[in-house]
Design a protein around this ligand. Sequence first.
Ligand code: GTP
Ligand code: MG
Ligand code: NA
Length: 326
Amino acid sequence: AATSKEDLRSPICCIMGHVDTGKTKLLDKIRQTSVQEGEAGGITQQIGATFFPKQAILEKTAVVNKDGSYEIKIPGLLIIDTPGHESFRNMRSRGSSLCNIAILVVDITHGLEPQTIESLNLLRDRKTPFIVALNKIDRCYGWEPVPNGGFRESLAKQSKSTKSEFDDRVRKTILAFAEQGLNAKLFDENDDLRRNLSLVPTSAITGEGIPDMLMLLVKLTQERMSGNLMFMGELEATVLEVKVIEGLGTTIDVILSNGRLSEGDKIVLCGQDGQPVSAYVRHPEVKAALGVKISAPGLERALGGCRLYVAHDDDEVEVYKDMALE
Ligand code: GTP
Ligand code: MG
Ligand code: NA
């Protein structure tokens, strides 16, 4: 049943890397928001998900897919932002456990840093395909921005000395990845996505390289996510965070990795005191992958980080209560 075209699900991508490499700023640039400026000390302290529908991806990649010759098959992309500060390893671990693919952000002026390596190892341990955004290229001395341009178009506009600084930084980064046992190449010189790591130069300030980054994510998904992973399957949902919001009461932020959640579904999840919690979904149907906020009476005791189940009858409620507590 799960083979019809409309049953394709959106992959989950997590964005990871050392503190202040520009993860949130990159997402802000794609969303046209300014979340990063509102963060205390400019430090991300939680994980948050943003859904980019296919239409948005088509628009944002148009400059590098002019004739639309590369077909985008996925219905969208769910991107999870994670903190880079060293004290939030648990959130990076949770983010990496939920994603199908990832973007590892490296500041081109700093190279590989401690949480770059930590993130890299989390991804390698889980065998998650990932790309590297080599961010802050606009910091190369004398950089002339081409706002929201494709990377090659931008690079061609740079002076000889700026280009030589850029080349030098790329070379150093490739060397540092080699020391980690990874064969890295600039994305458009990489003809084997399975064997080599792709580096996409970007700037979250000017938007340069972001079209290439999104295009590469789509390619990575379509070429490296196994076929059945792309299709809608059984419900797979995880509680990211439990929050009290004025006017809404206790809400849970859920990542729906697979399947659907519909109005009237009875959800079962684990609670703080070892007792299961259940509540009814009150919003129209949503399909994976999506970040969804659920508010319902009875969620006060919900616990972050655990699986969420849907029970169709009382027997299932009992079964899932046991599973939710495992
Ligand atoms: P954490 O979530 O705290 O780990 O940081 P982050 O990786 O999300 O980085 P963030 O988006 O907070 O950016 C850190 C700083 O770098 C901010 O001052 C940004 O304005 C700046 N920045 C981010 N990307 C770029 C870029 O491409 N170019 C330049 N020049 N500055 C950037
Ligand atoms: Mg951030
Ligand atoms: Na930051």
